[in-house]
Design a protein around this ligand. Structure first.
Ligand code: MF3
Ligand code: CO
Ligand code: CO
Length: 257
C-alpha cells in the first residue's frame, strides 16, 4: 500500500533525534554559555545517539548547527567569542541525518528577561508557523501556507523574510519544492500524500530585507531589527499532516519552564 510509509518511518527517526537535541539544549542554554559550547553539546548528543550533524561540512559550513542571535536571521556560525547574555534571543537550528534521512528543526531561546517586543515577535513567529502547519492536507496549495503565515505576522506589524524559505527534505537536505512563507491562497504546487518538507518562517520586527555578512553565511536584517524563526519538518498524510520534529518534553516555544 502506501509506498511512502517507509520514508515516513525514517523521517520520524531523524526528526525525533533533532527534536531531542533541541530538548537537551533547552536544559543547557543559559547566560554565560558560548554559542560554540552549544554547538559542541549538539554535535556530541547527535553522534552519541546514532546520527550525524548535517550542517557540518555542508557547502563549507564549519559547525554542527546554526546559532542565530537577535538581528541574525539565519545561518549564524557558532563562536567561542559570543557569550550569551541577559536579553538575548537565540535561534538554534539542528539538522540530523539518521540512516540517510534528514530531520530539520529550530526553536527560539530567550536568555533571562527579554523585551516585550521580542516576546511578541517570538510568539507571532511560532503562531505563524503553526497556522501554516494546521491547514496542511492533500489538495491545498503551497501558497495557502505562505498566506496563513504572512497574514498572521503582518497583522501583528512584523514582516516575512523573502530571501530564505522552507524546502523539500527526505534523503536529501534541500530539495524541491521551495516553501515560501508569504503568498496568496490557491496558488502554487498542490500538496499530495507522501510529500515531506520544512516550514521555517523567519520573521523580522522591522523590514524584511536581509544581507549576508562577509563570512559568507551569517544572514542579518538590513535595518538591524530583531528577527525570529521556528522550523518543523512535516509530512503530508492521506488526510492531514505529521510533524516529525515535535518536542518530546513539551518544549515547543519559550518560556520552557
Ligand atoms: N538548517 C538550515 C535549514 O533550515 C540549513 C543550514 S545550512 C548550514 O535549511 F550550512 F548553514 F548549516
Ligand atoms: Co530547513
Ligand atoms: Co534548519
Amino acid at each position: 500500500m502506501n509506498e511512502y510509509l517507509e520514508k515516513f518511518e525514517k523521517m520520524r527517526i531523524a526528526g525525533n533525534l533533532a527534536a531531542k537535541t533541541l530538548d537537551m539544549l533547552t536544559e543547557n542554554i543559559k547566560e554565560g554559555i558560548s554559542t560554540n559550547q552549544i554547538d559542541k553539546l549538539g554535535y556530541e548528543f547527535i553522534r552519541d545517539n546514532g546520527g550525524y550533524s548535517a550542517p557540518l561540512f555542508y557547502r563549507g559550513f564549519s559547525k554542527s548547527l546554526c546559532t542565530s542571535l537577535n538581528h541574525v536571521v539565519c545561518h549564524g556560525i557558532p563562536s567561542e567569542d559570543r557569550i550569551l547574555q541577559e536579553g538575548d534571543a537565540l535561534n538554534v537550528d539542528v539538522t540530523t541525518i539518521v540512516n540517510d534521512y534528514y530531520g530539520d528543526t529550530s526553536r527560539m531561546f530567550c536568555i533571562g528577561k527579554t523585551s516585550v517586543k521580542l516576546d511578541n515577535l517570538i510568539d507571532a513567529t511560532y503562531e505563524g508557523m503553526m497556522k501554516g502547519i494546521k491547514i496542511l492536507k492533500p489538495g491545498i496549495k503551497l501558497g495557502d501556507i505562505g498566506y496563513e503565515i504572512q497574514s498572521h505576522v503582518e497583522g501583528k506589524g512584523f514582516s516575512v523574510v523573502r530571501d530564505f524559505c522552507g524546502h523539500g527534505i527526505s534523503n536529501v537536505f534541500h530539495e524541491p519544492p521551495n516553501v515560501l512563507h508569504y503568498g496568496s491562497k490557491n496558488t502554487g504546487l498542490k500538496l499530495e500524500p507522501g510529500m515531506t518538507f520544512t516550514i521555517e518562517p523567519m520573521i523580522n520586527a522591522g523590514k524584511y530585507e536581509t544581507k549576508v555578512l562577509n563570512d559568507g553565511w551569517t544572514a542579518v536584517t538590513k535595518d538591524k531589527s530583531l528577527s525570529a524563526q521556528f522550523e518543523h519538518t512535516i509530512g503530508i498524510t492521506e488526510n492531514g499532516y505529521e510533524i516529525f520534529t515535535e518536542s518530546v518534553k513539551g518544549y515547543s516555544k519559550p518560556p520552557y519552564v
